[in-house]
Write a protein that binds this ligand. Structure first.
Ligand SMILES: Nc1ncnc2c1ncn2[C@@H]1O[C@H](COP(=O)(O)OP(=O)(O)OP(=O)(O)O)[C@@H](O)[C@H]1O
Ligand SMILES: [Mg+2]
Length: 198
């Protein structure tokens, strides 16, 4: 009984080397993996709720890595480390730092000059962060938590509702999410904002 991780419905496939980096050797199914990840993520969310972050701290490579590490380090040795493998839905791995630098600089500009309304800034950031796909896995959950942190810490609003399901595992909610992401890819950001707010 091995881990079953597939590319279906926009989930990132792990390389055999990445799969070897599981810290909890007793995990043998995707469901068990999911439970352990969820427990780890809940601890990270607790941390984000009880800590005040400034804009300048959040919008840095160090913070993005720290958050990913806090979300996944109980489970994966590569938590908080950028990938060194190619993914079908990310930039070439060597370009991750530079693409991220552009995104972080643009986002600071959007905020300072109010280029877009607050929700649009948080969701544009989330969408482009996932396009870069910094980590071997967990990019979706990480990007949604980042959008929540931006909304809470920078814009002083409640976190997004994500259609009532932060994990977006499967079914019609996930299909709606993927459809909204595709629209965002085509330059139409509103469906993803609506999805996050519904
Ligand atoms: N075909 C696709 N179209 C649009 N976005 C995609 C597609 N495939 C993947 N993505 C993006 O990649 C993310 C999944 O990446 P990854 O598996 O690294 O993160 P995750 O946290 O495990 O995923 P999730 O919680 O979203 O299931 C999705 O949340 C989505 O944002
Ligand atoms: Mg995944």
């Amino acid at each position: 009984m091995g881990l079953k991780i597939t590319d279906e419905e926009g989930k990132t496939n792990l390389s055999p080397q990445e799969k070897e980096c599981l810290k909890i050797k007793t995990i043998s199914t995707y469901g068990e993996l999911d439970e352990h990840e969820q427990l780890n993520i809940e601890k990270a969310v607790e941390w984000t709720i009880h800590t005040k972050f400034s804009r300048d701290r959040i919008l840095t490579e160090v913070f993005l890595k720290t958050l990913h590490k806090r979300m996944f380090s109980d489970v994966w040795t590569w938590a908080g480390k950028f990938r060194h493998t190619e993914k079908y839905n990310g930039v070439p791995w060597v370009k991750i730092p530079i693409e991220l630098r552009y995104l972080l600089d643009n986002t600071k500009h959007w905020i300072s000059h109010q280029v877009y309304p607050p929700d649009e800034i948080a969701i544009r950031f989330k969408h482009q962060l996932v396009k870069i796909h910094c980590f071997p896995n967990g990019n979706g959950r990480h990007s949604r938590l980042m959008a929540d942190i931006i909304r809470d810490s920078i814009f002083k609003r409640d976190v997004f509702s994500w259609s009532g399901s932060k994990s977006l595992k499967a079914g019609s909610i996930r299909s709606n999410y993927i459809r909204a992401l595709h629209k965002a890819d085509q330059g139409q950001i509103e469906p993803l904002i609506d999805f996050a707010n519904s």
